[in-house]
Design a protein around this ligand. Structure first.
Ligand SMILES: CSCCC(=O)C(=O)COP(=O)(O)O
Ligand SMILES: [Zn+2]
Length: 218
């Protein structure tokens, strides 16, 4: 098999994986009003990380609808790998920054939810939100009893290169996610499976926290 065929197959596989993730998250209402974006590192035959290709969602689409043009391939600079009419996510540079900064990063997912936005607004002044003693912290591969994690929160800069740089400044190797104030969360993992598990754990913790705050006011 030629390396072109192998690469094409890897691209098709990445698009199919992203399609499944997109469908799952859309069913949960995690892509309101065309928000959110997803990407996956494409497994190619060359091992040079600097030559990586990334499959990413097309910008501005209704992510609850499937079309033949939902994804495209970009390089690590966020430029389409082949001439295309399709526009990569407006936030592609956040994805590419994470692939370059986070060791073994293979998938990056971004969603806007009411809970992640509320938590980001409530705790931005502290620079992060801390969770302690939750069973689901184990989803981040942290197994100590009574463990705590702090999810960093950055300001929602309109300039995407600035936003990407701010995210990179607050990365914590134990915590695979960063909140953006009144915007959403970026989450990553060494596989699509791990990134999804991380995102589900973060969203569980945010929902729990918001509900606890409401209940304790009554
Ligand atoms: C109405 S969503 C505003 C842009 C955004 O935050 C987002 O996540 C979606 O942008 P994309 O270009 O990836 O569709
Ligand atoms: Zn967004």
């Amino acid at each position: 098999m030629s390396s072109n065929t192998i690469e094409l197959e890897a691209i098709q596989q990445a698009f199919e994986t992203l399609r499944r993730v997109k469908e799952t998250f859309a069913a949960r209402g995690w892509f309101p009003a065309t928000s959110g974006n997803l990407s996956l590192r494409i497994k190619t035959d060359h091992q040079d990380r600097n030559r990586s290709l990334i499959a990413v969602t097309v910008s501005g689409k209704d992510k609850s609808v499937h079309t033949p043009t939902d994804f495209l391939v970009v390089d690590l600079e966020g430029k389409p790998a082949a001439a295309s009419q399709l526009k990569p996510s407006a936030e592609t540079l956040i994805h590419t920054a994470l692939y370059q900064k986070v060791s073994k990063c293979a998938a990056v997912f971004h969603v806007h939810t009411v809970s992640n936005s509320l938590v980001s607004e409530l705790y931005k002044h502290r620079g992060g939100v801390t969770f302690k003693g939750h069973e689901l912290i184990k989803a981040f591969d942290i197994w100590e009893e009574g463990a705590s994690i702090t999810v960093p929160i950055v300001e929602n800069y309109a300039c995407i290169p600035t936003l990407a740089a701010e995210i990179c400044k607050v990365l914590d190797s134990r915590v695979p996610g960063v909140l953006i104030r009144n915007h959403g969360i970026y989450v990553w993992g060494e596989s699509e499976f791990a990134a999804k598990r991380h995102l589900e754990a973060f969203e569980f913790l945010f929902d729990y926290h918001v509900k606890l705050l409401i209940l304790s006011k009554n």
